[in-house]
Design a protein around this ligand. Structure first.
Ligand SMILES: Nc1ncnc2c1ncn2[C@@H]1O[C@H](COP(=O)(O)OP(=O)(O)OP(=O)(O)O)[C@@H](O)[C@H]1O
Ligand SMILES: [Mg+2]
Length: 236
């Protein structure tokens, strides 16, 4: 309980500039990920869920507001410092996997360990153990284009977990899985949470969201539920 929060976003905004047009994808979001959290982010397509996840994971920087990851204000960090903080703290499962297509499952999973300076043998052993944990022991030497969508999703999850992150951010981690495989991925996330890993996931699936300990709902670049505390009455 007294443990410091994993991530604190305060009035964070993110505006994309696209062909001279400003797209306000996030319009002032305050959100704390506690060290032992298990939270689901839900909301309509385009409401800003992935944009928020990218910020929480230190993959992108806010255009306004303050973002503190692992006690460090990202505005004060250089790109290499940010990359290091990310590698040490965060596991990220992308909505679109982002696997290297010409690299085996095992080497995809081992890749984050390269940046830790861990030797090849140890990297391959850890990657194999993690692939086993997501039920892919029999697909280690397959490349992503030789695997189903659900298998690729599990490789992406294994890659996010191989560094032993304190926060796992997963954008639609069960979106490509049949219900049995989806259940086993959720069980894996929940056992990690029991071991003290904070879990933030985005989902369109009500049942998946309901298993989290809390939910936040996004609409139009804002958190609409639970209602934000503004300190101003009727700031609608
Ligand atoms: N790189 C970008 N450049 C310009 N606009 C973007 C970019 N990425 C996202 N957007 C816009 O920002 C808004 C929020 O996008 P985001 O991907 O965060 O939505 P989402 O809630 O994750 O949606 P989905 O459920 O479909 O994944 C959308 O209107 C989207 O078109
Ligand atoms: Mg998205």
């Amino acid at each position: 309980m007294s443990e410091a929060p994993a991530i604190v976003a305060t009035d964070v905004s993110r505006t994309y500039e696209l062909d001279g047009v400003s797209v306000p994808a996030l319009r002032g979001v305050s959100f704390t990920v506690e060290a032992d959290d298990y939270v689901a982010i839900v909301g309509t397509s385009g409401s800003g869920k992935s944009t928020l996840m990218h910020l929480l994971g230190g993959l992108d920087r806010p255009t306004g507001g303050t973002l503190v990851i692992g006690g460090r204000d990202v505005a004060t960090l250089s790109p290499p410092e940010m990359a290091r903080l990310r590698n040490e703290t965060i596991g990220f499962v992308f909505q679109s996997f982002h696997l290297l297509s010409r690299t085996t499952a095992r080497d995809n999973v081992a890749l984050p360990l390269v940046y830790r300076g861990i030797g090849r043998r140890e990297r391959r052993a850890r990657a194999a153990a993690m692939l086993e944990r997501v039920g892919l022991a029999h697909r280690m030497d397959h490349r992503p284009n030789q695997m189903s969508g659900g298998e690729q999703q599990r490789v992406a999850i294994a890659r996010a977990l191989v560094t032993g992150p304190s926060v796992l951010l997963a954008d639609e981690p069960t979106g490509n899985l049949d219900s049995t495989t989806g259940q086993s991925v959720l069980a894996l996330l929940e056992s990690l949470n029991d071991e003290g890993v904070a879990i933030v996931l985005v989902t369109h699936d009500r049942e998946v969201a309901a298993r989290a300990h809390r939910q936040i709902v996004m609409r139009d670049g804002l958190i609409v539920s639970p209602a934000p505390v503004t300190g101003e009455e009727g700031a609608a």
